[in-house]
Design a protein around this ligand. Structure first.
Ligand code: CA
Length: 227
């Protein structure tokens, strides 16, 4: 059983979704506006949040960013909007999954359960590469026991690379794994994130003793300088 918060202004959908998820054994609460939802999310610490992007008081994307700034709870976006730029903006804003209404009960449950499984599995996991330590549950990373102050995406990039230590990961692969959209002309986004990550790790671009190694045209790999 998980504690789920639904933020949706359409009363009919709210009732349907609440009923359905409650029938699956989850404890579900709902709020009709972005501000009320945000407040509830802060007080209640739900295990998962389902949000509608078309809310009366707040742009869903802004709500998503506000939620992300307070915690890392999995967020499923449930919306009538299916335009590519809206979908991309939602993932960029921190959504973990996106589903277009109308959605069947079984599909909604499947998506909710998949997100919950992923976040549960990650709670106690730790990745260690040399002096780099990453705690997946609380989403904290440190280098030689000094905490790293990373953005959500920087953290995700670091996790992806660290879980493939010693392997060159292409920008396309990294982009589709972290931004959950296929990589095309987004190489620049990756470059920027790698560069800020490198600075935060205290390395220079051609640092032999560093953890991050970029191969022009191939991608980037992370490995311990001490082997
Ligand atoms: Ca709505």
């Amino acid at each position: 059983m998980a504690k789920i918060l639904l933020i949706e202004d359409d009363q009919r959908i709210r009732e349907l979704v609440c009923e359905h998820l409650a029938s699956e054994g989850h404890s579900v609460s709902s709020e009709p506006t972005g501000m009320e939802g945000l407040q509830k999310a802060t007080i209640d610490s739900p295990d998962l949040i389902v949000i509608d992007l078309g809310l009366p008081d707040l742009e869903g994307i802004d709500l998503l960013k506000m939620l992300r700034s307070v915690n890392d709870v999995p967020v499923l976006v449930l919306t009538a909007r299916e335009e590519e730029d809206v979908v991309l903006a939602a993932f960029e804003g921190g959504a973990d999954d996106y589903v277009v209404k109308p959605v069947s009960g079984p599909q909604l449950s499947a998506r909710v359960n998949a997100l919950l499984r992923r976040s549960d599995a990650g709670k106690n996991e730790k990745i260690v590469v040399g002096g780099l330590e990453i705690l997946l549950g609380p989403r904290r990373a440190s280098m030689n026991e000094v905490p790293l102050d990373l953005t959500t995406k920087e953290f995700d990039v670091l996790v992806y690379l660290a879980s493939r230590t010693g392997t060159v990961v292409s920008k396309e692969e990294l982009h589709s794994a972290v931004w959950k959209t296929p990589g095309g002309s987004e190489g620049r986004t990756i470059d920027v994130h790698i560069s800020t990550l490198r600075k935060k790790l205290g390395e220079k671009a051609d640092d032999e003793k560093g953890y991050l190694h970029t191969s022009i045209g191939a991608g980037v790999k992370l490995e311990s300088p001490n082997g």
